[in-house]
Design a protein around this ligand. Structure first.
Ligand SMILES: Cc1ncc(C[n+]2csc(CCOP(=O)(O)OP(=O)(O)O)c2C)c(N)n1
Ligand code: SF4
Length: 284
C-alpha cells in the first residue's frame, strides 16, 4: 500500500526492529542519513528495495521500511541486478561492508559498474570484518593488528574510490558516518543519479577498529571547483589517500543497463523471436 507523501518523514522509514549494532557503531550514522535522504526524496517504501550481503552492515534492510533482501555474503550486486531488470521502476539501494563488497564480492563490482545498472551502492567501510570479530579486510591499513594479523597486516589496502572510477562507475563519491547531514545529501545525489552510483562511507567499528580519533583530522571536502566530469582528475584526486576526501569525485551520463536490455527485447520481438513465457509453455 502506498504511503501519502506528507507522511514520508525520516521516522516513517524506521521499522519496529531496533539495530543491534554496538553503541557508537558508525553504521548508525549511515542509517540515519539514509532515513533523511529517503524522506527528502519522498521515496514511497513500496517502490524501494534495499539489498545487503552479510556483515554487521548487512543487517541494514531490516531497519528500513521497504522491500528488502538480506542476501548471501558478497552477493548484493547480482541480486540487485535481478531486481532492477525484473522491475526497472523500483529504486534499488545496495548496502554492505568493505569485506562483503571488496573481498568475497569483489568480482561483481567491476561488472555492475561497467554495465551502469541504475542503482546506488553504499559501502559502510570500517576497514575490518566487524561481524566475525575484527579480522583484517581489503581496506585495512598496513600494520592493522587483529586476531588474524597479530603482527600487523602486511598488505597494501585497496582504494575503493580509485577502483570504482577505473571500473567505469558513472557516479563515485565518499562520505563519513560522523557527518550525517553531508552524508544524507551525498546519498540523495547517489540515489538521484541515473546509472551506477557508488558511495564509499567511512563508518568506524568502535569495537574492533576504533578510528574515531583519527578520521576527523583526515577529513577534507572535495574543492568546489573540482570538475566532476573530468575522469582523469577524479582519479588523481582519489589517489590522495592521506586525506579522507568527502564529496563527489566523478559523475557522467551514459545509457543504463536496463535501457539496453529493453532495446534488446524490442529487437528480438521485432525479429519475431518467441517470448520466454512462450518457450516455457512448450515444455509445460
Ligand atoms: C560464504 C561466507 N564466507 C564467510 C562468511 C563469514 N562472514 C560473515 S560476515 C563476514 C565479513 C564481514 O565484514 P564486512 O563485510 O566488512 O562487514 P561488517 O561486519 O564489518 O559490517 C564474514 C567473513 C559468510 N557468512 N559466508
Ligand atoms: S562489531 Fe563493529 S561494525 Fe559490528 S556492530 Fe559492533 S561496532 Fe559496528
Amino acid at each position: 500500500m502506498s504511503v501519502p507523501v506528507a507522511e514520508l518523514t525520516p521516522q516513517a522509514y524506521k521499522t519496529e526492529e531496533h539495530p543491534i549494532w554496538c553503541p557508537g557503531c558508525g553504521d548508525f550514522g549511515v542509517l540515519d542519513s539514509l532515513y533523511k535522504s529517503l524522506a527528502g526524496l519522498k521515496i514511497d517504501p513500496k517502490d524501494l528495495v534495499v539489498i545487503s550481503g552479510i556483515g554487521c552492515s548487512g543487517r541494514t534492510p531490516g531497519f528500513i521500511q521497504s522491500y528488502g533482501f538480506h542476501s548471501l555474503h558478497g552477493r548484493v550486486l547480482p541480486v540487485a541486478l535481478g531486481v532492477k531488470i525484473a522491475n526497472p521502476a523500483l529504486c534499488v539501494i545496495g548496502v554492505g561492508g568493505d569485506g562483503d563488497g571488496f573481498a568475497i564480492g569483489g568480482g561483481h563490482i567491476p561488472h555492475a559498474a561497467r554495465r551502469n545498472l541504475d542503482m546506488a551502492y553504499i559501502i559502510m567501510d570500517n576497514s575490518t570484518y566487524g561481524l566475525t570479530k575484527g579480522q583484517y579486510s581489503p581496506t585495512s591499513p598496513v600494520g592493522y593488528q587483529a586476531g588474524s594479523t597479530p603482527y600487523g597486516s602486511i598488505e597494501q589496502p585497496l582504494n575503493p574510490v580509485a577502483m570504482l572510477i577505473a571500473y567505469g562507475a558513472t557516479f563515485v563519491g565518499q562520505g563519513y558516518s560522523g557527518k550525517p547531514r553531508e552524508l544524507a545529501e551525498l546519498i540523495s545525489r547517489a540515489i538521484q543519479h541515473k546509472g551506477f552510483a557508488f558511495l564509499n562511507v567511512i563508518s568506524p567499528c568502535i569495537t574492533f577498529n576504533n578510528t574515531y580519533k583519527v578520521i576527523p583530522q583526515k577529513l577534507r571536502e572535495i574543492p568546489n571547483d573540482h570538475d566532476v566530469t573530468n575522469r582523469a582528475k577524479a582519479f588523481e584526486l582519489a589517489l590522495h589517500t592521506e586525506h579522507v576526501q568527502m564529496g563527489v569525485f566523478y559523475q557522467a551520463q551514459l545509457p543504463t543497463f536496463e535501457e539496453g536490455v529493453n532495446q534488446v527485447v524490442q529487437k528480438a520481438q521485432a525479429a519475431g523471436q518467441p517470448r520466454l513465457d512462450m518457450i516455457f509453455a512448450e515444455f509445460s
